[in-house]
Design a protein around this ligand. Structure first.
Ligand code: NAD
Length: 473
């Protein structure tokens, strides 16, 4: 058990008050982090404000070099970092490794993004151009499911755009992020990146802070609404990446054997705690019986257990609150007499927040497990008849994050994708995000974008400068 400090103004610091972080696999304390409040936040914001004065004037090459330094620090220490990540988040080592290398790769790739000036008018009367100006000090707030990736996808574009940042990890998973803070302390200029930890109550202090110009948030829709309210006081810019209830649609021409395993992992990766996991799988009636059987058979080969142990495919739920919510959804399915293909039967007592892989056989559309975001290893398989019907059912959600279509006829897949009311649709794959393509939600999955130039623009505002060429002065 170690203590992890905060990064404020280029120094690793603590305030003598600590929060304990548990390993969800055994409920033992794995580390402690500072329990910060308004004083530490004020210091971090003041440091970010001071650093912004110089950082906003740096060249794209200077910023690129710093961000590539972050990528290198993560990559060089990947072995230590992925083990630490598993110990606080619960995901199996292989998935933790993917997150760490993914974060380093994202930083390296996004270091190359640039927002060039755009010429609006260039004639005898005027030269008008739009330049993108960094918004200032950014407040970043991240969740516990991909703590490192989410932190990097906020820190990196902020720096590339010329902003400085104060980032708050989730109180459930702050350790790996603070270890990265230590590793990059001398890579980033003092004050450009500040990482402070505290309870959820630190969140609203960030949202409402008068010297923060923009909030970039990833987390639940419920918290997203509070953030929007908190940020309205001084009309801060906000980017909200929120919940999802993604539908996967499997057409009758899909090869049952080939898609079963992929569909399984599209739902159960990270124990289902992925915003863009397939949370409802609609299977055409002609292949429903065969495919649901194949998915259930595959599920039986996957080991649920401690993510640090070899062979584990699905780790524990990250925290007790979420664990209890997932068990409640399983209980609701039992109470309503829905049919289980696997799971739903294990006594949840004992140490660690383990939930058995649970697959439900065609529950009704208004079942809680279909209508709500489960965020756990519980998946409903649903039977459909016609394309029009399945599109309507997929769109019948308050969320609009992502979705997938599985078919040999990719033109048909695209035709269906264009009718889905979500920010992203994959044909014949899942969860693929590119550093160069925008990612964002529709409806109550949020607004704004991350990744790509659209994501970078969110850290800037457009300034138009017009020179009158034929002026009489
Ligand atoms: P959460 O909303 O409970 O917490 C997220 C962060 O917000 C944490 O750091 C928390 O401390 C902070 N917070 C809590 N209350 C706050 C408040 N009132 N003001 C400001 N900050 C506050 O979310 P979670 O449970 O950590 O994460 C799970 C949710 O995140 C799921 O709904 C999931 O779909 C969503 N998510 C979305 C994306 C995406 O890109 N769209 C990615 C990952 C997770």
């Amino acid at each position: 058990m170690a203590d992890y400090k905060n990064l404020i103004d280029g120094e690793m610091v603590d305030n003598g008050e600590w929060l304990e972080v548990l390993n969800p696999a055994n409920e033992q304390v794995v580390g402690r982090v500072p329990a910060c409040g308004k004083d530490e936040l004020d210091r971090a914001v003041a440091a970010a404000r001071r650093a912004f004065k110089d950082w906003k004037k740096t060249s794209r090459e200077e910023r690129q070099k710093v961000v590539q330094g972050i990528a290198a620090a993560i990559k060089e220490n990947a072995d230590e970092l992925f083990r630490l990540l598993t110990s606080e988040q619960g995901k199996p080592h292989a998935q933790a490794q993917q997150e760490i290398y993914g974060a380093a790769g994202l930083a390296a790739a996004q270091s190359t993004l640039t927002l060039d000036d755009v010429v609006n008018q260039d004639d005898d009367t005027r030269l008008s151009r739009t330049r993108r100006v960094p918004v200032g000090v950014v407040g970043g707030i991240v969740p516990w499911n991909f703590p490192v990736m989410m932190a990097i996808q906020k820190i990196v574009p902020a720096l590339v755009a010329g902003c400085t940042i104060v980032l708050k990890p989730s109180p459930f998973t702050p350790l790996t992020t603070l270890r990265i803070a230590e590793l990059i302390k001398d890579v980033v200029p003092a004050g450009t990146v500040n990482i402070i930890t505290g309870e959820d109550s630190l969140g609203p202090m960030i949202t409402e802070h008068p010297d923060i110009d923009k909030i970039t948030f990833t987390g639940s829709t419920a918290t997203g609404k509070k953030i929007m309210e908190g940020a309205s006081g001084d009309l801060k810019r906000i980017t909200l990446e929120l919940g999802g209830n993604d539908a996967s649609i499997v057409l009758p021409d899909a090869d049952v054997e080939k898609v079963a395993e992929q569909l399984f992992w599209s739902s159960f990766s990270n124990a289902g705690q992925v915003c863009i996991a397939a949370k409802r799988i609609y299977i055409h009636k002609d292949i429903y019986d065969d495919l649901s059987k194949a998915i259930a058979e595959y599920a039986k080969t996957v080991v649920v257990g401690d993510g640090s142990q070899q062979g584990t495919g699905v780790g524990p739920i990250q925290n007790k609150k979420q664990y209890e919510r997932v068990l409640e959804l399983i209980q609701d399915a039992k109470d309503n007499g829905y049919k289980f293909l696997t799971g739903g039967d294990k006594d949840p007592s004992g140490t660690g927040y383990y939930v058995p892989i649970t697959i439900l056989d065609n529950p009704p559309e208004d079942a809680r497990i279909v209508a709500e975001e489960q965020f756990g290893p519980v998946m409903p398989l649903l039977k459909f008849d016609s394309i029009d019907e399945v599109i309507e059912r997929a769109n019948n959600s308050e969320y609009g994050l992502a979705g997938a279509v599985w078919t040999k006829d990719t033109d048909k897949g695209v035709e269906i994708a264009e009718q889905l009311e979500t920010g992203t649709v994959w044909i014949n794959e899942f969860m693929h995000l590119s550093p160069f393509s925008p990612f964002g939600g529709h409806k109550q999955s949020g607004f704004g974008a991350e990744y790509g130039l659209d994501g970078l623009k969110e850290f800037t505002y457009p300034q138009v400068i017009t020179v009158k060429r034929d002026a009489a002065v």
